[in-house]
Design a protein around this ligand. Structure first.
Ligand SMILES: Nc1ncnc2c1ncn2[C@@H]1O[C@H](COP(=O)(O)OP(=O)(O)OP(=O)(O)O)[C@@H](O)[C@H]1O
Length: 386
């Protein structure tokens, strides 16, 4: 479904690769968390899957297609198989909930009848059936993210990429978003989510891939967030090798995506009327009835869950502080083995690949072919609404 073979990415003007010879295979139906400290390469990984950027080395296959072989002209069509959700929602502020979701389908030329059927279905799936007429600013952050998710999956993509989708949300709202993502995954969509949210990762017990300075240092089924993911390794000058040698992360061993045993992917639920959000194999698919969003939890349940999360976060913070202290103590001893100094944090980034940088958001999302006529009323208004 997604395969990286020795993939590296070094941005222009930088020496250290953002991704350093990554080998990884993600199978159909998996739910994978990408974790790692800030700057470890998570967003770079997602951008490469989306073909928003080109690798400097190696090969990437997504849905059986070699991304190197897809021309810029065909990129928007390729992206129709992928849904994307960002931390800052990126809704169209002047359109109501229904129209924000319908926009994706209109741009790719779906019929009015299809849109009238598909949009209410997906809004029900994310629990927003009653709020179809609201404008984004009339919604909470969690509701806005549900709209963004509905927009990302209304065309039933094979893969959903989520970059910090709960980054702007409080813990209980984040839990609701994760329920929606789980439901989408249960319908057969592969989900890859970059996150710093340790409570969510620890709770969900899904596959966890951890990056340290662009290298995969851990790939674990039913993993937890881990100790190093939160530590600013670049600030401490710690490299992936030192993290491994200090036992702060579990080594993955030589990456062997082709020979690695096939992961146990949970069986898909049978396609019955009760199945949530089934993603059928054919492009024009039979629609299924989706169940309404789960009942709201009671105040007592919410309070207990919040308390549990707070305790887990405190424990994780204590572990991280201890690990960071250990790192700092070991740094002096490990100085000889340390890599050359990292580039200063906050250094200006080079412009991206000009071929994709010039695309509008709608083009990047695969909503419109490059160069096609823009909707002047909305196209450039995409942005955070909070
Ligand atoms: N366009 C760019 N030009 C130059 N360097 C870049 C560019 N984008 C990212 N980088 C660098 O590549 C490295 C990986 O960045 P990336 O955004 O992939 O990390 P991340 O793990 O997603 O971080 P965060 O959790 O903070 O979002 C960082 O050192 C970053 O500074």
């Amino acid at each position: 479904m997604i395969r990286f073979d020795h993939v590296s990415k070094t941005y222009r003007g930088t020496k250290r690769p953002a991704l350093d010879s990554i080998d990884l295979e993600i199978l159909r139906g998996e739910f994978v968390f990408l974790v790692g400290a800030s700057g470890s390469g998570k967003s770079s990984f997602l951008r490469l899957v989306l073909k928003e950027d080109r690798p400097t080395g190696g090969n990437i296959h997504v849905l059986g297609q070699d991304l190197n072989a897809i021309s810029n002209r065909k990129v928007p069509y390729f992206r129709r198989n992928l849904g994307v959700v960002f931390q800052d929602f990126r809704l169209l502020p002047g359109k109501n909930v229904f129209d924000n979701v319908a926009f994706t389908l209109q741009v790719i030329g779906k019929s009015r009848g299809f849109i009238q059927e598909a949009v209410p279905d997906v809004l029900q799936m994310v629990g927003l059936a009653e709020k179809a007429n609201r404008l984004p600013h009339e919604l909470s952050g969690g509701e806005q993210q549900r709209v963004a998710i509905a927009r990302a999956v209304v065309n039933k993509p094979a893969i959903l990429l989520a970059d910090e989708p709960t980054g702007n949300l409080d813990p209980s709202t984040s839990a609701g978003i994760m329920t929606v993502l789980e439901r989408i995954n249960a319908g057969g969509t592969t989900v890859v989510m970059a996150t710093h949210d340790n409570a969510i990762v620890d709770h969900m017990k899904r596959r966890v891939v951890e990056l340290v300075t662009g290298q995969i240092v851990r790939d674990e089924d039913q993993g937890g967030y881990g100790m190093t993911a939160e530590i600013a390794l670049q600030d401490s000058g710690l490299t992936a090798e030192i993290a491994l040698s200090e036992g702060l992360v579990r080594p993955t061993g030589p990456a062997q995506p082709h020979t690695a045993p096939v992961r146990q992917v949970p069986p898909m639920p049978p396609a019955t009327a009760a199945t949530p959000f089934v993603r059928p194999a054919e492009p024009e698919r039979e629609r299924v009835t989706v169940p309404p969003a789960p009942e709201q939890t009671t105040d007592a349940q919410e309070q207990a869950a919040r308390q549990q999360r707070a305790t887990a976060q405190q424990q994780a913070a204590a572990q991280q502080a201890a690990a960071l202290q250990q790192v700092q103590q070991n740094r002096a001893a490990a100085a000889a083995a340390a890599a050359p100094p990292m580039p200063p944090q906050g250094a200006p980034h080079d412009p991206r690949d000009p071929a994709t940088e010039s695309l509008t958001l709608a083009e990047k999302l695969g909503l419109r072919a490059p160069g096609a006529a823009a909707d002047p009323a909305n196209d450039q208004n995409v942005g955070p609404t909070t």
